[in-house]
Structures are given as structure tokens and as C-alpha cells.
Design a protein around this ligand. Structure first.
Ligand code: ATP
Ligand code: MG
Length: 205
């Protein structure tokens, strides 16, 4: 895919929106976050694609994101394997997904986010994940996604979205307050087919 130059006004607008929505989710109280995390598990249990899921990609919560701790504990308890993103050691801007268990050695990455210590035997190709849950800063009615601005998930999703040979279901996780009517997009943005909040599933396919 050709990467076009960004319009300065679009860049500024996207950065402003990022700030606004990041502040909005950071302002949620501890009890609101706890309630959201518990309800997220109830929502996921209702997804048809979850019934047979054996390998699930998730993320470590950061910056007011929807808390995944309760969900991860729930998945472990059900025997579902959990995989977390790791910054690729030599392919800048790309992610690897490594298995995460209670005994996985962790380290803080360049962004201060905990990730499994690199161990090639623990890597799962993203096409082998049954579900990949992505973090979201903001989303709109048609599944456009604004992330933290590194392009990490755009580069990841380009390999799995709309690929007939790939059965990975991609679902963005967000608080309800992260929804907006319409987001400015760029050529490389990969929209999400589904977004799950603690109260509902948005289908954008
Ligand atoms: N497929 C791609 N190939 C090369 N560069 C890319 C690709 N996708 C995104 N980028 C680059 O990544 C940068 C950030 O992209 P963008 O603003 O869409 O991030 P984001 O979607 O908010 O971040 P993230 O996916 O990490 O949450 C852009 O400058 C863009 O040029
Ligand atoms: Mg993007």
C-alpha cells in the first residue's frame, strides 16, 4: 500500500482528537474502570466467535484503556491462551505476539508498557490467533479507529483484514465514551469490523 503524505490540518486534528479522547478515558474513576472491566467479560462471553476461541491476542492496559486484567484472568481460567504484543526487535513499527502466562517474564518496553520478554518459542503468528482485540483511542460509526499514533496496529491489521485465508476475528476494545460520529482517516488506517464496549458490540462490516 502506498503511504501518502499527511495533510498538516489532518495531522493536527487527529492529534487534538487523540488528546481529547485520551483525557476522557483517563478521567474515568477507579470504580468506573472496574465496572467496565467486569462488564467487558460478560460482553465477550456473549460473542459467538468466543465460544471456540483457543488463542486470543490482547494488550496490557495503559493510559486509561479498557482494563484487560479481569478478562485475562478469565481466559486463563478457561484454558484459553493469551498473547500480548511485543515491539519487534529489529523491524521498527511492527509487533510480534507472544504467549502470556502467569509465569511469563515481563519487561517494560520503550513506551513503559509491560511486554513478555522476547522468546521466539512463544511467538504466535497473528493469522493463528482466533481473536485479536486491539486497543482504541477513539472509534466512529463505520469502524474507523484512532490509535496512539504509532501505526503499530495498522501495520499488523493489514496482514489479516479482508484476507480470505485468515480466520482471525479483529475486535477493538473501547469505553463507550470513546465513540464519536466521524473520525478523520488516512490512507493507511485499517478500519475495525467490530468494536466491543462494556455495554455493546458495534458491527461495522
Ligand atoms: N502499513 C503501514 N506502512 C508504513 N507506515 C505506516 C503504515 N500504517 C501506518 N503507518 C505510519 O504510522 C504512522 C502513524 O499512523 P496512525 O496515525 O494511523 O497511528 P494509529 O493508528 O493511531 O496508531 P496505532 O495503530 O499504533 O494505535 C503514520 O505516520 C503512518 O505513516
Ligand atoms: Mg491508524
Amino acid at each position: 500500500m502506498a503511504i501518502e503524505q499527511q495533510e498538516p490540518s489532518t495531522v493536527a486534528l487527529r492529534n487534538t482528537l487523540r488528546q481529547t479522547f485520551r483525557e476522557r478515558r483517563r478521567s474515568l474513576s477507579r470504580s468506573e474502570q472496574k465496572f467496565a472491566a467486569q462488564n467487558l467479560v460478560l460482553q465477550i462471553e456473549q460473542l459467538t466467535c468466543f465460544a471456540d476461541a483457543k488463542k486470543v491476542g490482547l494488550y496490557m492496559t495503559n493510559d486509561g484503556e479498557l482494563d484487560t486484567k479481569v478478562l485475562i484472568a478469565h481466559l486463563w481460567q478457561k484454558g484459553v491462551q493469551v498473547f500480548l504484543p511485543v515491539l519487534h526487535p529489529f523491524s521498527d513499527g511492527h509487533l510480534l505476539f507472544l504467549e502470556y502466562t502467569q509465569s511469563t517474564p515481563m519487561r517494560a518496553n520503550h513506551f513503559g508498557i509491560l511486554e513478555p520478554r522476547l522468546d521466539c518459542s512463544k511467538i504466535c503468528p497473528i493469522t493463528s490467533l482466533d481473536i485479536l482485540f486491539t486497543p482504541v483511542v477513539a472509534f466512529d460509526d463505520v469502524g474507523n479507529r484512532l490509535g496512539m499514533g504509532g501505526g503499530f496496529y495498522d501495520r499488523t491489521l493489514v496482514n489479516i483484514i479482508n484476507k480470505s485465508v485468515c480466520s482471525t476475528t479483529v475486535i477493538g476494545l473501547a469505553h463507550d465514551i470513546q465513540k464519536t460520529l466521524s473520525l478523520p482517516t488516512q490512507a493507511w488506517d485499517i478500519p475495525l469490523p467490530y468494536i466491543l464496549t462494556p455495554t455493546q458490540l458495534y458491527t461495522c462490516t
